[in-house]
Design a protein around this ligand. Structure first.
Ligand SMILES: *[C@@H]1O[C@H](CO)[C@@H](O)[C@H](O)[C@H]1NC(C)=O
Ligand SMILES: *[C@@H]1O[C@H](CO)[C@@H](O)[C@H](O)[C@H]1NC(C)=O
Ligand SMILES: *[C@@H]1O[C@H](CO)[C@@H](O)[C@H](O)[C@H]1NC(C)=O
Ligand SMILES: *[C@@H]1O[C@H](CO)[C@@H](O)[C@H](O)[C@H]1NC(C)=O
Length: 310
C-alpha cells in the first residue's frame, strides 16, 4: 500500500511543481493570440522574398513569397546573393508601409561569418551613424556587410517615402538578414525624420554590446522571433560581450509551439530562447529555417521544407 500512496504524493508534487511556475511566469511571459501571430505573416513572407534573385525582386515575380504580398510595388533591389546579400525596397499598400528586406544565409555559412575573426566588435561608423555614442559596439562582420549597401538602401527608402507619401517603414530579415535589418533600424532614422520605423526579424543573432542593446531598447521598435531551439539566436555568445535587445517572441516547442512574448534582454527563462538552448550543442540547427507560423525561411520560397540552401 505504501508504494501507491507515495506515487500519489509524488504525482501531486510533480503536478503542482509543473503548474505553479507556469502560472507565475504567465504574469510576464505572455502567449500571443492567433490574431497577433497572423499579424506577422506578411512580414515573414517579405523576409522570405529577400532570398530570391534581385532581378525577380525588381519585377516582384519571385514566386510564392511575392504572390503572398501581391500588391507590393518595388522601388529597387540589389546584392548578388554571394558576397553581398540580396536586398530590396518598395511600398506595400496593404500594410501602408515601406518595406526593406534583407537576405540571410544558411547556418553553416552564418557560423563562418559570425564566429570567425570578424566576431570582434567595432564602433558604428560615424559617417553612417552620426551622433551615436562611442560606447556602442557591434559585430565587425555584420557592420561591414551593412555598410556595403547602406547608402543604396537609404536612397531607395527616401524615394519610396516620397513617391507614396509613406509614414511607416518596416525593415525585415532572417538570420544574417535580421542583423542587417536591425542595423538599418538604427541607421535609417538617423537620416530620415518624421517617419515611424520598426524592425521585425527572424532567427536573429546577437549584433552588439550592452550599450547597443540599450540603445535599441530606447530608440528602435524591434521584434525578434525565435523558433524552438534554433542556435543562431544564442550566438555570438554573451561571454564575448554580446547582448540581445528586448523584443523577443519565442516559438516554444515545450508549449505546443505557442508564440511567447519574452520580456527583457536575453531572458533566461526556459520558455525563451536563451533558456531553451543552453549552448549550441543542445540546440537544433534545423529550427533556424522555421516554421514561422507555417512558413520556412532560408531560401527563395522555402515553403514546406526545412531547406539548407542560400
Ligand atoms: C502625396 O501627397 C501629395 C500632396 O498632398 C499629393 O499631391 C499626391 O497625390 C500624393 N501621392 C500619393 C501617391 O498618394
Ligand atoms: C512596434 O511595432 C509593432 C509591430 O512590429 C507594432 O505592433 C507596435 O504598435 C509598434 N509599437 C510602437 C510603440 O510603435
Ligand atoms: C524574464 O521573464 C521573467 C518572467 O518569467 C521576468 O520575471 C524576468 O524579469 C525576465 N528577465 C529579464 C532579464 O527581463
Ligand atoms: C551555404 O551558403 C554558402 C554561401 O552561399 C554556400 O556556399 C553553401 O553551399 C551553403 N551550404 C549549404 C549546406 O547549403
Amino acid at each position: 500500500m505504501l508504494a501507491p500512496t507515495l506515487l500519489a504524493v509524488a504525482s501531486t508534487i510533480i503536478a503542482s511543481v509543473g503548474a505553479n511556475p507556469l502560472k507565475l511566469k504567465r504574469q510576464s511571459i505572455t502567449a500571443l493570440s492567433s490574431e497577433q501571430i497572423d499579424f506577422y505573416t506578411p512580414y515573414t513572407r517579405f523576409a522570405g522574398a529577400a532570398f530570391c534573385e534581385s532581378t525577380t525582386l525588381t519585377s516582384w515575380t519571385c514566386g510564392a513569397n511575392c504572390e503572398a504580398n501581391s500588391d507590393f510595388i518595388p522601388t529597387a533591389a540589389g546584392g548578388d546573393g554571394d558576397g553581398v546579400q540580396f536586398w530590396y525596397v518598395g511600398y506595400s499598400p496593404s500594410q501602408s508601409s515601406v518595406i526593406v528586406g534583407h537576405q540571410g544565409t544558411n547556418v553553416s555559412n552564418f557560423m563562418a561569418v559570425a564566429t570567425d575573426l570578424r566576431v570582434f566588435q567595432m564602433n558604428l561608423d560615424a559617417n553612417f551613424f552620426p551622433g551615436i555614442s562611442s560606447s556602442i559596439e557591434v559585430h565587425f562582420g555584420f557592420s561591414t556587410q551593412h555598410a556595403v549597401t547602406a547608402e543604396s538602401i537609404l536612397s531607395a527608402v527616401q524615394t519610396t517615402i516620397r513617391d507614396h507619401n509613406a509614414t511607416l517603414v518596416t525593415v525585415v530579415g532572417h538570420s544574417l538578414g535580421c542583423a542587417l535589418a536591425l542595423l538599418d533600424g538604427v541607421y535609417l532614422p538617423l537620416h530620415i525624420p518624421d517617419v515611424t520605423f520598426r524592425t521585425i526579424g527572424y532567427g536573429c543573432p546577437r549584433v552588439g554590446n550592452q550599450a547597443f542593446a540599450d540603445y535599441v531598447d530606447a530608440n528602435v521598435n524591434f521584434t525578434r522571433i525565435n523558433n524552438r531551439e534554433d542556435i543562431i539566436p544564442i550566438v555570438p555568445g554573451r561571454f564575448l560581450d554580446y547582448v540581445h535587445p528586448s523584443g523577443e517572441i519565442h516559438i516554444s516547442e515545450e508549449n505546443d509551439d505557442a508564440w511567447l512574448a519574452c520580456p527583457g534582454q536575453d531572458n533566461e527563462s526556459d520558455e525563451c530562447i536563451v533558456g531553451a538552448v543552453s549552448n549550441i550543442f543542445f540546440g537544433d540547427e534545423d529550427d533556424h529555417a522555421g516554421p514561422y507560423n507555417g512558413i520556412y525561411l532560408g531560401a527563395c520560397n522555402a515553403d514546406g521544407a526545412p531547406v539548407e540552401e542560400n
